[in-house]
Design a protein around this ligand. Structure first.
Ligand SMILES: C[S@@+](CC[C@H](N)C(=O)[O-])C[C@H]1O[C@@H](n2cnc3c(N)ncnc32)[C@H](O)[C@@H]1O
Length: 287
């Protein structure tokens, strides 16, 4: 078994059109959890919010609902294709108070500080999450909200164990690790805030659970296999799986049949939100 290479860093999921579609479906599934985390963190009407690692734009669109017509949302991300997709969606929806900026939000300079900074499934991809967080925090006014939602990808489970689900979970974790991402970021949120020189965060966790008669089994299997498809180049590059072994064209169908026949129950990874108010004093980052 090859060892994860700590020095190389690639974004395991890529930015293909099907991957951006997958992000939007993921956003629908997670919407109630993410909304709850953002609202409990203190994001509310009228605020100006920065969405870090905005992907296909879904978190920014959710934030727009929370801040309302008097608020404003700026999404920032590195890949031009994600920014273009987000801008097209915002234009099609007629959203005037959401805009998207291309660039790593760690490096971009904004004219004015934000009332809040939010991100989902993004700290896990930074080589130094605490270093990134300490730099990101400069975009927020003193007293403003800093909130992230991250997952523990090692925590997804089935019972009785469903081999195709379990294999998929294992491969996703391997792909993240081998590409240099942190699959357990949910469990590292607390030290990451502290190491960024911020106060210890409030934490909140959510999981989803589904049984074998649920009508959503097939859509969920398709969604999970799209994730596997997105990371397949990483799996092949690192010798973690062979395309023939995966048989991606039939994986979702086999997985859903196995799950229904095996009377499976599946629990999602824990999704953890962590948040603080930015203190008035300097940050003194250590990350
Ligand atoms: C899984 S997507 C999440 C997108 C969006 N936040 C959502 O929840 O729908 C992760 C995002 O992090 C960005 N990203 C990945 N690696 C990064 C890095 N090293 N530095 C900055 N951003 C990165 C990607 O461009 C991608 O849009």
């Amino acid at each position: 078994m090859p060892e994860p290479a700590s020095k190389t860093r690639e974004y395991a999921l890529g930015h293909s059109a099907p991957e951006l579609d997958r992000l939007s479906l993921q956003a629908k599934l997670l919407e109630p959890f993410t909304r709850r985390v953002f609202e409990d963190a203190g994001i509310g009407p009228g605020m100006k919010v920065l969405d870090v690692g905005s992907g296909a734009g879904d978190v920014a669109f959710l934030l727009r609902e929370i801040v309302g017509p008097e608020g404003k949302v700026v999404g920032a991300d590195r890949p031009p294709e994600a920014i273009q997709r987000s801008r097209e969606r915002a234009a099609a929806l007629g959203y005037s108070n959401v805009e998207f900026v291309q660039g790593d939000p760690v490096d971009v300079d904004f004219d004015e500080p934000f009332d809040a900074l939010a991100g989902r499934f993004v700290l896990m991809y930074y080589p130094s999450p605490s270093g990134a967080l300490s730099r990101l925090a400069r975009h927020v006014r003193p007293g403003g909200v800093i909130v992230f939602q991250e997952s523990d990808n090692t925590g997804a489970r089935t019972f009785p164990p469903q081999p195709l689900f379990e294999r998929l979970f294992e491969l996703m974790v391997n792909a993240l690790e081998f590409s240099g991402a942190e699959p357990r970021m949910a469990l590292k949120l607390y030290p990451t805030f502290v190491d960024a020189g911020l106060p210890a965060p409030s934490l909140q966790t959510h999981v989803a659970i589904m049984g074998f008669q649920d009508p959503f089994v097939e859509p969920l299997c398709n969604f999970l296999v799209q994730g596997l498809r997105s990371v397949t180049p990483v799996l092949i590059k690192h010798g973690l799986a062979a395309e023939r072994e995966l048989a991606l064209d039939t994986y979702a169908q086999r997985m859903s049949q196995e799950f229904r026949a095996g009377r499976g129950v599946m629990m999602s990874p824990p999704f953890v939100g962590g948040w603080v108010r930015k203190p008035d004093e300097g940050l003194g980052a250590r990350g």
